[in-house]
Design a protein around this ligand. Structure first.
Ligand code: SAM
Ligand code: DTB
Ligand code: SF4
Length: 331
């Protein structure tokens, strides 16, 4: 039986995951490539563009995040963006070839009034013919119902790390709160974008336990962002020992093997990565990136650099042939 017809697994044990991490690097890459090729065009990478629709002054205490009000990172506190600014940003993203527009808000959870405003924004993105994604914090079942009715395509809500390491990183909301929001999304059949952050000083066992949580959810998240911590001055995690690049690539590969039919996103942290490390991550099965000069508040590689890298690697954006760097549209 090939991987393509094998059913997806939701019963991964930590020992099995550790065995994957411990494989010789080339063997792990081979496993990841085999899984990737059974489900995807190996040379196509989906691109999404991010916009922070409400920046800073977040009540949560996530130790990695520049937007927490608890850390004095010098970010300007902003109000929810006016709808016309969202339209302009989404039009630019479409012009530059992104097929999905992701909007993030520095909230613990949206109020019903704010949710209505975000729903308007989702309408704007959909009218432009793009997929919509939002990340707004915790949601009630009623709120997921409203988002479904608004035609939302994806909701991003990360588990961030292992259940064991979680308490070192966030104290203002629990792991179970996150699992509950994921359940509310699944109940409404909204595509889930859920992953985590590595390079936060966690152990390999924590990275394995994060992937175990993700893969053993009742459904694999349709999209799995693997973020490398972006270290921001004055956040508690600033100065954390950096994760070895090969260990990062291994994490991507293990995610690919465990969740072979999910899109794995090489997410935050690319600005600090060499072209060679990014190429290894694509080889390990990453098939999505954030494209555009900023993530939410921190820098992302310049779009032209991404196009150059895609051209060097023969990667097509969104399944279309990447054009020459300097030529804006890639899809
Ligand atoms: N406030 C909402 C929430 O946390 O659910 C949504 C926005 S929040 C910024 C979205 C995700 O960005 C977080 O879950 C975290 O995984 C990621 N993130 C935030 N700061 C980061 C950093 N410095 N490096 C890497 N990823 C980061
Ligand atoms: C995700 O997993 N990574 C993105 C997105 N989902 C919203 C956010 C990365 C944020 C990096 C820090 C910043 O730019 O503020
Ligand atoms: Fe707030 Fe989200 Fe940042 Fe946590 S990750 S501080 S919830 S914006």
């Amino acid at each position: 039986m090939t991987d393509a017809v094998q059913s997806l697994r939701h019963d991964w044990t930590l020992d099995e995951i550790k065995t994957l991490f411990d494989l010789p690097f080339n063997d792990l890459m081979f496993r990841a490539q085999t899984a990737h090729r059974a489900h995807f065009d190996p040379n196509a990478v989906q691109i999404s563009t991010l916009l922070s629709i409400k920046t800073g002054a977040c009540p949560e205490d996530c130790a990695y995040c520049p937007q927490s009000a608890k850390h004095d990172t010098g970010l300007e506190r902003e109000r929810l963006l006016p709808i016309e600014e969202v339209r302009t940003a989404a039009m630019n993203a479409r012009q530059n070839g992104a097929t999905r527009f992701c909007m993030g808000a520095a909230w613990r959870n949206p109020t019903d009034r704010n949710l209505d405003r975000v729903i308007e924004m989702i309408g704007v993105v959909k009218d432009l013919g793009m997929e919509s994604c939002v990340t707004l914090g915790m949601l009630t079942r009623e709120q997921t119902r409203k988002l479904k009715a608004a035609g939302l395509d994806y909701y991003n809500h990360n588990l961030d790390t292992s259940p064991e390491y979680y308490r070192e990183i966030i104290t203002t909301r629990s792991y179970q709160d996150r699992l509950d929001t994921l359940e509310n999304l699944r109940a409404e059949d909204i595509n889930v974008c859920c992953g985590g952050i590595v390079g936060m000083g966690e152990t390999e066992q924590d990275r394995a336990a994060l992937l175990q949580q993700l893969a053993n959810l009742p459904e694999h998240p349709q999209s799995v962002p693997i973020n490398l911590l972006v270290q921001v001055e004055n956040t508690p995690l600033y100065g954390t020992e950096e994760l070895d690049g090969l260990e990062f690539a291994r994490t991507i590969a293990v995610a690919r093997v465990m969740m072979p039919a999910s899109v794995v996103r090489l997410s935050a942290g690319r600005a600090a990565m060499s072209e060679e490390l990014q190429a290894l991550c694509f080889l390990a099965g990453a098939n999505s990136i954030f494209y555009g000069d900023t993530l939410l508040t921190t820098p992302n590689p310049d779009s032209n650099e991404d196009l150059e890298l895609f051209a060097k690697l023969g990667i097509t954006a969104n399944g279309e042939q990447a054009r020459a760097p300097g030529d804006n549209a890639v899809a």
